[in-house]
Every structure is written in structure tokens, then in C-alpha cells.
Design a protein around this ligand. Sequence first.
Ligand SMILES: [Zn+2]
Length: 431
Amino acid sequence: MFKKISKTIYSDYGNRIEKKPYYGLPKNIIFCSKCTYSNQKPDSEKEYTHTIKKVKESLTFNKNYVCSACSWNEKKKEIDWDSRKKELIKLCNKYRKKNGEFDCLVPGSGGKDSFYAASKLKYEFGMNPITVTFKPHLYTDIGRKNFDAWIASGLNNYLFSPNIKVQRLLTRISLENLFHPFQPFIMGQMYFPPRMASFLNIPLIFYGENPSEYGNDINANKKPTKDPEYFSTKDQKNIFISGMNINKLEKIFKIRKADLSPYLPLDTKFFNKKKISVEYLGYYLKWHPQESYYYASEYGFEAAPQRSAGTYSKYSSLDDKIDDFHYYTTYIKFGLGRATYDSSQEIRNGEITREEGVNLVKKYDGEYPTRFENEIFEYLSINEMEYPELKSLFYQKNFDKDYFDQLTNKFRSPHLWTYKNGKWKLRKTIF
Ligand SMILES: [Zn+2]
């Protein structure tokens, strides 16, 4: 159960370096000499999923301080993409159905990458994909527009809308426990597509890029498939959502198992019996985010009218109003904001120099997201009418800026942050 937060005076905070870094992060902060990542970057795939309760760091550094994501990017240049494409054709031929049924499943939201993946498979490789979407918390106008354009480009889709009452509660608990407003949603997004594939008897799922390209488990890039351990578990009793065991969630918050089920990994035995292969299209086709954007644009994808909060970019992670807050929390917990994630990728793709990236980080990283603030705080507030029994469980049922600031300070690790002259500062920055 999360601790009720209380107003703490942080004046002595700057002297707390002797305390252990939070979340098991490395104490000495190292920046990559090629991109803008630091060794504080967590493994986004394993960040508080059903098996891991603690953040797992993901990057390793060579003697020249080059991070594993950058090293992998160099290695990628040696890949023979023609032969990889042939492998993909072979795979498609193996699974292609001739009876008019859908033969592969493409999870996505209608962002540039899922646009690219579904369109490529359908129009270039002659597959019949069914797309599956786990609905965002709060659609942005541009996110909903792009989702509609994605389907209008000639695709079929199952849009799954989870019980919003439960999703709001899980999100609130996740924020209080883990300072992670996206964690339940990420679980839904990760586990729901295999669940659908098993319902629909479609044994082939295509994701776009392997997140390991950005430094999760670098060795995972050497194979095209995703391990079943990501989607299933033998231990159904030991699943955590929002930092809490699901049995506790059911008991304390009176959430029914059926309402939790879209967020849960499948049982390993059941999953194996279905023989579902989960593949990364990025293994077979050279993936380039900006090119996916141009490709998707041809089918109606639009960039946002203005840059996203905390960064300079306009074309990634646009669907959900909570996205801005998600990157703000990564900045607080790991010192890595959205401009860091965007710039490190663009440096690796040769679109900007490291110097430009560093300047963009300096300018935008950690910018507090004001644009959807009120809507999000309302979304996170606990309505007594909805949950009369939960009143006493939360320190404050309404969510507002003051409460968010208190929570924020609770999650600043002393090895990253110092409090001086009434202001929070990162101890070490890349600029
Ligand atoms: Zn790097």
C-alpha cells in the first residue's frame, strides 16, 4: 500500500547524497559520448511490468563511453537488408491464409510506426492484417484523427476500450506508487494484442521496431521474435499492476478480476498451446523513424500542429494527453526527459549532431507540461460518488498541481537532484 504523502521540508535535501540512489540506479552518472543518453536509462520493457518490481538499467558503456544503443546502431550498418527482406517474404508465405481470413495481427495506435507496419504488410507483402488498438486514456485531437486516418487508409481494426473507471483508478495508484502514469496502460498495450490473437486464432503478430534498438536488451536485436516471457507468465498469482499485487488490488480497491484481465499476461501454457509467433518488422526491414513518418504521411498521417511539451518534435507519441506527463516523470526519476529520448534517436540516425542534441536537451528537457494539466488532474481525481469506500485510502482525493508537486518531490532521487535556494536542480547534466 502506498504511503500517504505529507508536506516535507526539503531544505536539507541537498545533503542527502550519502543515501542510496532510488530505484537501484547507478550512483555515478555517465553520459554517452555519441548520443544524449545516460546510464540512468531504465529498461522500458521491464520497467515495472508484471515480473519486475524494480527498475532495471538497460545501457552498457564501452571504454570510450559509447552506449550500447549507439554501438548497436553501428553494427546495424553491416546487416544485409536484401536477405532480411527475403526472410520476411518466406515468413509471410508460411502464414498467409488463402481462405480470406486475417492472417496477421498488427497492434498499434495509428502512430507513424503502426501506419508504416500495417501498410507495408498489406500493400507490399500482400498480407491481410487485422489491427488491434488499446484505447489511450485521453485521446488528443491529433491522436484520434490519425487513428481514424490509419483505418481509413484501408485497414480493419478492433479498438478495445477498457473500463475507464478502473483505468483511472489504476493510473492514479500507479502515479502514487511508482510515479508512472503510463504503467497500467503499457501493460494493457503489451498484453492485450496476444490475448486477441489467441481469441481470433491468428498465430502471427507483427510489432514495428524492437525497443531493444534503443538499448533495452541489445542482444534481443539479433533475433526477429519476442520471447513469450514478455507476454505470458506461469505464476498468475504474482502479477503486479501499478506496483501492487493483483490480489491486493482486488481486495483493497474492490476491482473485479474481469476488469483487470485486459492488463494481464496470458498463462504460459495457454500461450504456448496457441503457437503464436511475435515478430518485429524492424528485424526484417530497415527502420527509420523519419522515413516511417514520410511513408505514413502518404496515407494520411499528420504531425501535431505544435511541438510536444518537453521536446522539439511533432511526430512521435501524439495519441494520449497523458504522454506529456509520462515523459515529465521520467525526467524526475531518471533525469531523462522527452528531448533526451528524441534527440538520442535522431543523433543515431544522423539527423542532428550531438551538439545540436545537447542544446535541445538543455532547452526542452523537463519542461513542465501545462497544456492538458486540468483535464489530467480531473481524470486522476477520485470521485466519492464512484468510490465512496476509497475516500480514506488517499491522502487527498482530488488531484491538483500542489499535490502533483509533492508527489514529484517524493520521487526525486538524491543522487540526481539537489535543492538549492528554493529550487530543484539536476546535480549532473549533459550540457
Ligand atoms: Zn549513445
